[in-house]
Design a protein around this ligand. Structure first.
Ligand SMILES: Cc1cc2nc3c(=O)[nH]c(=O)nc-3n(C[C@H](O)[C@H](O)[C@H](O)COP(=O)(O)OP(=O)(O)OC[C@H]3O[C@@H](n4cnc5c(N)ncnc54)[C@H](O)[C@@H]3O)c2cc1C
Length: 406
């Protein structure tokens, strides 16, 4: 059975790995001309259930070795003393095995794990799809035409497959009232393994060192009513960020000096995707493409890993009955995706203070939490944290399915 997957970031390669393990033939089409790896991307989290999936894939050791090793966080505010947070202890309280890794590094490792078992088509994209009930005829931007048994969109928040099969993004897109910008610059402050964050009402600026590149990543999060801008126009977005933070103070003027030169500049609203169903006929969605909980606030990476693992397992368990496989995948993952979507607005509310009380309390809560006994921390996290929620669901065991002919 031939499966076309759109997107070679996180969900795509994990899905391809497991599909191949069960006897499917996966092909991944990725829009970027080559893999964005190593240097690129923001830091993302793998919580214990996602870590367990990568362990079963045989790539956990490589992931663990590539972790960011950011171990301390200093939170600053105007006119207040800095507050220190022990990140290592905080993550230990959150999850028995947690790793923070650059998204690009994770993608590189997942690609290395799958490249011999998966056909990769870089620099191309699906132009049209036609599902006749027995297969899907696909044309690519390159002009190539091919037929697949199933097509899966693992192409992120602004998914192309979703647009082609489910319609425009607008009605499915739920903004949480925040925006996010990230870019790299030279190491201006000798950060080492430290993260610095500066908070004010409605704004958060964070900087951390990337040990693999020696560069600094800067992230800007802010609350705003819906902003009008062209999502393709990076210069317009840079100007918008400069206007929003132009008179901020702290280290921001130095950071903004590197804005114009930033080639990896990323800007987007913090938004969710809500769909009534994640598949139509022989076309399905996985990861952010189907149920993005909001970039940087919803544990989307762990959700993508766990969901891709479950999708492959359920497709294999259902043998040639693809509809049952897709239905069972959605039944298992939907409660998790819903939970993540419910918690992520609270996470956004915590990390970007909405008022002066939150601004006063948040840094102290963050500093005290890691000092509590692990059991107490886990109890607190279980009420509030997406990582805990995602890891609280036991992973199905599909080991009996290995190499079933489909
Ligand atoms: C700034 C930022 C910070 C974040 N921080 C965190 C964090 O701390 N913790 C966390 O867990 N998550 C975080 N996330 C979210 C996390 O990155 C995503 O949830 C995760 O990467 C989702 O994986 P995915 O494979 O579903 O989609 P994506 O990682 O978005 O990958 C989609 C892939 O599809 C490709 N693609 C897009 N369009 C096409 C097309 N037309 N044809 C072919 N390919 C296409 C893209 O190039 C990309 O490779 C953050 C996100 C951002 C933007």
């Amino acid at each position: 059975m031939k499966v076309l997957i759109s997107g070679a970031s996180v969900a795509g390669p994990v899905l391809a790995h497991w599909l191949h393990r069960y006897g499917f033939e996966p092909t991944i089409v990725e829009r970027t001309p080559a893999l964005r790896h190593g240097l690129g991307g923001h830091a993302v989290d793998l919580f214990s259930s996602a870590a367990e999936v990568t362990r079963r894939m045989g790539c956990w050791d490589a992931i663990d070795a590539a972790r960011t090793r950011l171990d301390s966080l200093t939170i600053e505010r105007f006119g207040k003393r800095p507050v220190q947070v022990d990140l290592g202890r905080m993550y230990a309280g959150l999850s028995s095995s947690h790793v923070e890794i650059l998204r690009g590094e994770l993608t590189r490792i997942l690609y290395g794990t799958t490249r011999d078992s998966t056909e990769y088509l870089f620099g191309d994209s699906i132009a049209t799809m036609s599902d006749d009930g027995t297969g899907v005829d696909v044309t690519f931007d390159s002009g190539t035409e091919r037929r697949f048994d199933l097509v899966v969109g693992a192409d992120g928040l602004h998914s192309n497959v979703r647009r082609l099969a489910f319609g425009p993004e607008g009605p499915l897109h739920r903004p949480l009232g925040g925006y996010l910008a990230v870019f790299s610059m030279p190491d201006l402050f000798g950060l080492g393994n430290r993260t610095l964050a500066h908070l004010s009402v409605g704004k958060l600026v964070g900087i951390y060192g990337v040990r693999q590149t020696g560069l600094t990543r800067a992230g800007f999060l802010f609350r705003a009513p819906e902003l009008q801008y062209d999502y393709r126009d990076k210069n317009e977005q840079k100007a918008l960020l400069a206007k929003e933070f132009g008179d901020y103070g702290w280290k921001v003027p130095q950071l903004l000096q590197h804005l114009d030169a930033a080639e990896d500049f990323y800007f987007d609203s913090i938004s969710q995707i809500t769909l009534d169903s994640w598949y139509r006929g022989r076309i399905g969605l996985v990861g952010d493409a189907g149920y993005c909980p909001g970039p940087a606030v919803g544990g989307g990476t762990s959700l993508a890993v766990v969901s891709a693992y479950v999708l492959a397992g359920e497709l294999a368990a259902a043998r040639s009955d693809l509809q049952s496989g897709l239905r069972n995948y959605e039944r298992i993952i939907r409660p998790l995706a819903d939970l993540s979507r419910r918690i992520s607005p609270k996470v956004m509310g915590t990390i970007i203070p909405g008022g002066s009380l939150a601004l006063r309390l948040m840094p102290h809560a963050a500093a005290v939490l890691p000092k509590l006994p692990t059991a107490v921390q886990r109890l607190i996290w279980s009420q509030n944290a997406v990582g805990k929620a995602i890891s609280s669901v036991p992973l199905p065991d599909y080991s009996d399915l290995t190499r079933l002919p489909v």
